[in-house]
Design a protein around this ligand. Structure first.
Ligand code: KG4
Length: 338
């Protein structure tokens, strides 16, 4: 086996390590941090502390599961950003220390590239992958973008959110109706039992392919405020319908621009990626839209939608192929565009 790459991801609240060999995934270990649940959101200081505790066992376990000795590694890929700086520092420092110790190159990976390239994680050698160029709807807790993917290293953002990300819309609205953090998966579950047409929330009217979700959040809040004034038990009595209607509105907003982008670009394939691409409604709606426009949909396995090191390892693998190595002096970055 050649091109054995260790990937390390620590941009937010998941510590993850993965190993790929010859472009095929050998292991992908994720330690999620439960400590944040009590606070209704990720607490940066607690996240970095938990990364420090998790990183050594997670990397050891990834190597063990892959059946690879650290001396066999050819390079180490790590998430350089964007994300929480304190969290990124843990993965970055660890990756650099290990690369120096082993005398092998570093590969710095943009977390968003990782989400987009998650479709190239192959668990078997003959797993199919998208054909370039294609569009990727990248929807996560921090980003909502429509990306034209021309090659593994050449991507262009055609549209992106001007305020909140789709995941933030899910999480912030979930919080006001008393659901635990992160709220997206809870809304997904409750929406399955609710009526998506019961409530109407406002949709943005902005030009081009950009998104906006802050107005929806306000509209959701005002609906609740007015209804609770008349019936204090409103949220509890209507939770499933609220979730279904909110999810349907987010999907409408996402798909409206995605459809425009498909028609404008004439692409033949469309992928989705990022945490929100785990949403059942989003997955079904994108598959239906692609069916109606006769383009091929790429819906990722749920385990590769949220933060994971397999996507970092595969993004690093493409950099390794062209010897695009990272620098030891390169600091992590909190914010960036693709
Ligand atoms: O990609 P990700 O793990 O982190 C970032 O890189 O931002 O995405 C996390 C986001 C959270 O907002 C979470 O609520 C959302 O993904 N999410 C979902 C679902 N699963 C995760 N949103 C809606 N439905 C889901 N099933």
């Amino acid at each position: 086996m050649s091109d054995i790459i260790l990937g390390i991801e620590s941009s937010c609240d998941d510590t993850s390590a993965a190993v790929i060999g010859d472009g095929v995934l050998l292991s992908n270990v994720i330690a999620s941090q439960k400590v944040h649940e009590a606070y209704g959101g990720v607490v940066p200081e607690l996240a970095s502390r938990a990364h420090q505790q998790n990183i050594v066992p997670v990397v050891s376990e990834a190597l063990r599961q892959a059946g690879v000795d650290k001396k066999d590694l050819d390079a180490i890929a790590y998430t350089r950003g964007p994300g929480l700086l304190g969290s990124l520092h843990v993965g970055t420092s660890f990756a650099k220390g290990m690369a120096i110790g082993l005398g092998i190159p570093l590969l710095d990976v943009n977390h968003l590239h990782g989400h987009v390239l998650a479709h190239f994680i192959r668990e078997k050698e003959d797993d199919p992958v998208p054909e370039f160029p294609y569009l990727c709807l990248l929807i996560s807790g921090g980003n909502s973008q429509i990306v034209m993917v021309k090659s593994p290293m050449d991507m262009e953002i055609l549209g992106q959110t001007i305020d909140d990300a789709a995941g933030e819309a899910f999480d912030k609205c979930a919080k006001v109706i008393g659901l635990p953090y992160p709220g997206g998966p809870h809304i997904d579950r409750l929406a399955a039992e609710g009526d998506p047409k019961r409530f109407r929330f406002s949709k943005p009217h902005i030009p081009g392919l950009d998104y906006s979700f802050s107005g929806l959040k306000t509209s959701f809040l005002y609906t609740l405020r007015d209804a609770i004034a008349e019936n204090p038990g409103f949220i509890e009595e209507n939770k499933a319908d609220l979730c279904a209607s909110l999810q349907a509105t987010i999907i409408d907003i996402l798909l409206d621009k995605l459809k425009k982008a498909i028609i404008q670009t004439g692409v033949k394939e469309v992928a989705i990626g990022g945490g929100v691409s785990a949403n059942s409604g989003v997955r079904e709606a994108v598959a239906n839209l692609c069916g109606s426009l006769n383009v091929k949909p790429w819906i990722p396995a749920r385990k590769f939608t949220t933060d994971n090191a397999a996507m970092v390892a595969i993004a690093g693998y493409y950099k390794y192929k062209v010897r695009d190595f990272g620098q030891l002096e390169a600091p992590p970055f909190a914010r960036v565009v693709i």
